[in-house]
Write a protein that binds this ligand. Structure first.
Ligand SMILES: [Fe+2]
Length: 342
C-alpha cells in the first residue's frame, strides 16, 4: 500500500523503441513527426525537440509490432500550442500519412502510427474547452458550459488551422522542427492486467490514480490528467511480443531530485522489485514486462534532462494496435491537398 506520492514535478522522459529500419524510422520521426536528430553513438538514433531528448530508436527489430501483445499503446508528445499541432496535422496531411485528429475536449490529440506500427499521439492541452475524465466509475466529458461531449469527436480542423500563421503552410516551412517547450507528455501502455499494473505504478512507484474503470487506469504525478495510461485493449493477459519485434524497449520517468528517486527506489525494493543498474540509471520491469525499469541522472541532451530517472521497461516490444502502418515517402511525394483521415 502506497504511503507517499511520487514527487509532483515528476514527468515522462525519453521513450526508446525498437524499429526494423533505422533509416526509414529516422526519416519518419524527423520529417513527418517533426523531431530533430541529436548526436548519437553506435546504432542508436536519438531525436528530440530544442535539445530535449524524446525518442531513441534501436534499429534492431526483425519484424513490425505484433498486435495483441502488451507494451506500447502510444507515446504522447505534448506540443506547446495549437499552432504547432495545426502544423503537424497540415504536414502529415500534405505527406499523406494516415492520422486521426481527435477532440478530447481538455486536450486536442492527433493519433498516428510509425512505419513499424508503434503508436504515437501528438497533443496540446486545451483545458479552456472543458474537462474529460472518470467520475463514479464511468467516463465523462463536458464542455466549459457543462454540456456533455463525446470526448472523441473529430477535431474542428477549420478552428485548428486558424492558428497557423501566414507562412506556416509554405513548402519551405513544412519540415520546420517542433519548437522548444515540446516534451513527452505521457505514455500509454497495453498491459496484461490493469489491477496488477496499478499495484506497481500506484503502490510502488507512487503515482496517484486519476481514473480507474475495468480495463483502463490513468496515473499521474502532481494532479496531471495522466502521465501513464494503462489498458487491456490488447487483451486481458496479453503476452509480451516475441523477441525481435518492433515496439517499446524502455521509457523514462524523470524525477526532480535524487532524493525523490531514492524514495521510489525504496518503495520498489520494499516491494521486492528487482532493480538493475543500466547506462544512465536504474531499471526495473513492470508486471507486464520481461525486462527491467530504471532511474538515473542520465546522459542528457539538455540541462533539464540531467535529472534522476526511473526507466520502466514494460515488456520488450509492444502491440500498438492493428492498423496497418503507412509508408514513409519522400518530400517529393508531399501532395498539396490536405488529407486527414478524420
Ligand atoms: Fe494518450
Amino acid at each position: 500500500m502506497k504511503t507517499q506520492s511520487i514527487a509532483a514535478k515528476t514527468g515522462v522522459g525519453a521513450v526508446e523503441l525498437a524499429v526494423t529500419d533505422g533509416v526509414r524510422a529516422l526519416r519518419f520521426y524527423r520529417d513527418y513527426v517533426g523531431l530533430t536528430p541529436i548526436a548519437s553513438e553506435g546504432s542508436e538514433i536519438r531525436l528530440g525537440a530544442a535539445g530535449r531528448e524524446l525518442v531513441v530508436l534501436h534499429p534492431e527489430a526483425e519484424r513490425p509490432v505484433v498486435p495483441r501483445t502488451s507494451g506500447l499503446y502510444h507515446l504522447a508528445i505534448l506540443v506547446p500550442d495549437r499552432r504547432e499541432l495545426a502544423r503537424v496535422i497540415d504536414r502529415l496531411g500534405r505527406l499523406r500519412w494516415e492520422q486521426f485528429p481527435t477532440d478530447h475536449v481538455m486536450t486536442k490529440a492527433n493519433y498516428l502510427w510509425d512505419p513499424d506500427g508503434n503508436g504515437i499521439e501528438i497533443y496540446v492541452e486545451s483545458p479552456e474547452d472543458g474537462t474529460m475524465g472518470f467520475a463514479n466509475g464511468t467516463f465523462f466529458a463536458q464542455d466549459k458550459e457543462g454540456r456533455p461531449r463525446s470526448g472523441r469527436d473529430p477535431i474542428d480542423l477549420e478552428e485548428m488551422f486558424s492558428h497557423l500563421r501566414e507562412d506556416d503552410r509554405q513548402d519551405n516551412r513544412l519540415f520546420e522542427p517542433m519548437p522548444a517547450g515540446t516534451k513527452m507528455g505521457h505514455i500509454h501502455l497495453h498491459v496484461a492486467d490493469v489491477e496488477d499494473a496499478l499495484r506497481f505504478y500506484h503502490d510502488l512507484v507512487g503515482f496517484d490514480v486519476m481514473g480507474h474503470v475495468p480495463g483502463v487506469g490513468f496515473v499521474s504525478a502532481g494532479g496531471y490528467h495522466h502521465h501513464v495510461g494503462l489498458n487491456t485493449w490488447a487483451g486481458q493477459g496479453a503476452p509480451p511480443a516475441p523477441a525481435g519485434s518492433a515496439g517499446l524497449r524502455r521509457y523514462t520517468i524523470e524525477l526532480p531530485t535524487q532524493r525523490d528517486l531514492d524514495d521510489v527506489v525504496g518503495r520498489l525494493e520494499r516491494g521486492n522489485v528487482r532493480l538493475a543498474e543500466v547506462a544512465g540509471g536504474l531499471a526495473t520491469a513492470d508486471p507486464s514486462a520481461t525486462g527491467s525499469c530504471s532511474a538515473s541522472p542520465a546522459r542528457a541532451a539538455s540541462r533539464e534532462q540531467r535529472r534522476p530517472r526511473l526507466k520502466p521497461s514494460p515488456v520488450i516490444p509492444a502491440g500498438a494496435g492493428t492498423r496497418r502502418p503507412g509508408r514513409v515517402g519522400t518530400p517529393a511525394e508531399a501532395g498539396t491537398g490536405a488529407k486527414s483521415s478524420v
